[in-house]
Design a protein around this ligand. Structure first.
Ligand SMILES: Nc1ncnc2c1ncn2[C@@H]1O[C@H](COP(=O)(O)OP(=O)(O)OP(=O)(O)O)[C@@H](O)[C@H]1O
Ligand SMILES: [Mg+2]
Length: 261
């Protein structure tokens, strides 16, 4: 058997996902950047032995991008399924990442699919597809960047079972960073302490706290020989802010944790 993508749970998310899949309910995952949402979905798809169709949503994404469109070849036009349609036809997980970015017409497609009808109408081909038991829709977004114009309508969000994600608790995050970077656990523990200080600075100056992803970057650079302060500056300070004062505040926390050298 091939190995599952590594995922360390911090709550009931695995069982919630399995329940939702079995009961044929769609799942909504929300949480800050780099906290493990995508990794979790990849892990669950492998665990349930389902193909995974991931779509990164953006503000030009239309219903046709999900459902499919007619294409032209030298033999004439033919229909080409989009990722959502393929998942419904063949079974599998369709994962819409950053779903709040998608255009409004996308919700028209999602609504009949995410209530008890589980139907996908293909207007262009005249088909009406009924989702099989092994189809599941998963969507995610980061509530931190939301503004009024880009939030899910109640009629959309109330079609999902939902779960908030956050950065893993310290001991778990230390182990995740150690495993992903190969930096010794002791040194990872120091990075996690630093992360707590940096995250405490989140507020009007900092949009979002430092992610697990960036901690892994930092640990990887250190594990491969980069001096700690340089690694921290490149991964835990520069990506977080463009403001010199904010950067200096972050660097102070770095030096307070690791000293000046
Ligand atoms: N619980 C976890 N178990 C294993 N690895 C994790 C976990 N949480 C985070 N990671 C690590 O953090 C990295 C970033 O996670 P991921 O890409 O899933 O973030 P995300 O929440 O999807 O972020 P974004 O919103 O920016 O897409 C992963 O590549 C993985 O190495
Ligand atoms: Mg992601």
């Amino acid at each position: 058997m091939t190995e599952l993508p590594f995922y360390e749970p911090s709550g009931n998310e695995i069982s919630l996902f399995e329940h939702a899949y079995r009961e044929r309910l769609p799942l909504l995952i929300k949480g800050p950047t780099g906290c493990g949402k995508t990794r979790f979905v990849a892990h669950m798809a492998a665990r349930l032995k389902l193909p995974l169709y991931t779509v990164a949503c953006h503000d030009d994404l239309t219903a046709a991008d999900l459902v499919g469109r007619h294409l032209i070849s030298d033999k004439g036009t033919y229909w080409c399924d989009g990722p959502l349609t393929r998942a419904v036809r063949e079974g599998g997980i369709c994962y819409l990442d950053e779903v709040v970015e998608a255009r409004k017409d996308v919700t028209v497609v999602l609504h009949p699919l995410t209530d008890d009808r589980r139907l996908l109408p293909l207007e262009r081909t005249g088909e009406l597809l009924e989702a099989p038991a092994n189809f599941m829709l998963v969507v995610s977004y980061n509530p931190g960047y939301q503004h009024i114009l880009k939030s899910l309508k109640p009629s959309t969000r109330q079609r999902f079972v939902a779960k908030s994600f956050d950065f893993p608790p310290p001991a778990l995050e230390r182990d995740i960073v150690a495993r992903e970077s190969s930096l010794p656990v002791q040194q990872c523990a120091a990075l996690i302490n630093l992360a707590a200080r940096l995250r405490a600075m989140k507020g009007h100056d900092l949009e979002e706290g430092v992610s697990t992803r960036l901690l892994i970057y930092c640990a990887t650079l250190i594990a491969n020989g980069m001096p700690i302060l340089q690694a921290a500056q490149a991964t835990l300070v520069e990506p977080l802010s463009d403001d010199a004062d904010v950067q200096e505040g972050l660097m102070e926390a770095v030096r307070a944790t690791f000293g000046e050298d």
